[in-house]
Design a protein around this ligand. Structure first.
Ligand code: HSE
Length: 317
């Protein structure tokens, strides 16, 4: 897509990659959707010396590693470079638009923007699937695991299912046009590593069956525009209950969203951001109810209301 279309031979390119909601309640580590309202930008510049350096980190988060191998954007471009060294190096400038530890896929967006920008400098651009795999290395630096549910939607755009890690297969899932996603980010930090570390290593058989049914119901509801099926299947019975205590007021926020008309509401990725899906006519009321509940738990929040559209990472300059 845009990264490949940007034209070989450039010496500098800037790419934007959107934020994303991981898991989408029922697809832990495999399902996510892009949130184009915010994102990260990375400028890649050719450098004479081989390898990857980070010149600067700006924007809403600046206290991140400048050593490329320890930085999500840097590590992703090292993977791109090392897979097939192009004979020059990359100097990266990262502009963070996504708050740190927010559950909005900030590390994934930096990694994705970086590989899309770097790709625009290559004489022979790599495929989207290769970019996905390079970006996965960046995500692993941040969270300690190679999950794809933020990387894939940030790169491809829209609601995206990814099957497989070593040989990922990516499918963009259609979302009924009447649906709006409400995203509410309470002003607190939650580390993905920490939110992953608390998870149990096994799942009860009954929960496994329920969760599997919900994932299948959710995906089929999207394909068939079946809003009742979406509502019925929009429930995470495995991960959410283990993480709920990490987010003050989560249970009340979720109940408020459902009372205001949401089809479903859950944690965005590892949290603390919470998201809901609803019909367009309920979106303002759902957002208001969620923000109010957080404020009653002494948490100010930002919110966005978006259509889940397939606009992924792209070269912007
Ligand atoms: N699927 C991941 C998780 C998303 O829930 O831990 C966080 O980046």
């Amino acid at each position: 897509m845009s990264g490949a279309a940007a034209g070989p031979g450039r010496s500098v390119a800037t790419a934007f990659a959107p934020a994303s909601v991981g898991n989408v309640a029922i697809g832990f580590d495999i399902l996510g959707f892009s949130v184009d309202a915010i994102g990260d930008r990375v400028t890649a510049r050719r450098s004479a010396a081989a390898g990857v350096t980070i010149k600067a980190i700006r924007g809403v988060v600046q206290d991140l590693p400048l050593e490329a191998a320890k930085n999500t954007a840097g590590r992703a471009v090292i993977a791109l470079h090392d897979a097939q060294p192009p004979g020059f190096g990359f100097e990266l400038t990262i502009d963070k638009g996504i708050p740190l530890a927010s559950g909005l896929g900030g590390s994934a967006a930096s990694a994705v923007a970086a590989v899309v920008a770097a790709n625009a400098l290559l004489p022979q651009p790599r495929t989207q699937l290769q970019l996905l795999q390079y970006a996965m290395h960046g995500e692993a630096v941040a969270s300690g695991s190679m999950h794809v549910d933020n990387i894939a939607p940030s790169l491809y755009g829209g609601l995206v299912l990814t099957v497989g890690i070593d040989h990922p297969r990516v499918k963009q899932i259609p979302v009924p046009g009447a649906i709006r996603a409400v995203i509410v980010h309470p002003h607190m930090f939650l580390s993905t590593r920490q939110a992953r570390a608390i998870l149990k290593g096994s799942v009860e058989m009954a929960d496994f069956v329920w969760q599997t049914a919900n994932l299948a119901g959710f995906i089929s509801g999207c394909y068939t525009n079946d809003l009742d099926m979406l509502r019925e299947s929009f429930e995470d019975v495995v991960i959410e209950r283990q993480r709920a205590a990490l987010i003050p007021g989560f249970g009340e926020v979720r109940r408020a969203a459902l009372s205001a008309g949401a089809l479903g509401c859950s944690i965005s990725g590892a949290g603390p951001t919470v998201f809901a899906w609803c019909l367009e006519q309920h979106a303002q009321a759902v957002a208001k109810a969620m923000v109010l509940e957080f404020s009653q738990h002494q948490l100010q929040s930002d919110h966005w209301i978006i259509a889940v559209e397939a606009s992924g990472a792209r070269v912007i300059d």
